[in-house]
Design a protein. Sequence first.
Length: 222
Amino acid sequence: MSVGTIGNNPTGGPLQSYFQQRQADLAQLGQALKAGNEQEAQQDFNTIVSLGQQGPLAEGVAFGLPNREQAFEQIGQALQSGDMASAAQAYQTLEATLHTSQQTPPSEPLQSYFQQRQADLAQLGQALNAGNAQQAQQVYNAIVSLAQQGPFANGVAFGAKNREQDFEQVGQALGSGDMASAAQAYQALEATFQRTQPSQPEPLGDTGATTNSVSGSDASSS
């Protein structure tokens, strides 16, 4: 079975829809915190948690970047203890991470991560195409190690759930010595990149930038 090479193309509509909904919910959360309405703030926080669990980011997190997810969790902890001042402060921290992000392209560390991941994925595709199980396993392990030091929450290799699932299926197939299934899973992963639109950078699930507030839109990369 011949497999192609995964590129660094952008992702499509589901991520954009998720970011737009999260943007609206974050705006409501900010308003509730500003008004000192603890009950409404807790409801808005819970709404975002539920959105994240059903959303496109790996592990069901609300934010793909660890610093944003951490700030978001601090809001929840503060709300749970009834500390509205700390909740508002954590929200400001979250807001600051969005303000300082760049519009496009992704910041240099992120770009470096994507470039290295792309190169490793190309090698993985070549190893699968050649039927070299040992090399494919080594390259797969290299991508796993890269991800553990990468920009995504929980050390996943891809911010979007469907891509992370396909990638994990490659690893499971390699672990059982099933090269055909590994190549098939790689092709499924490759297809998620081919369906994306060339006009945008590959989404991180959360690397992007907003304009004026936490309610701004993320330009992200999976």
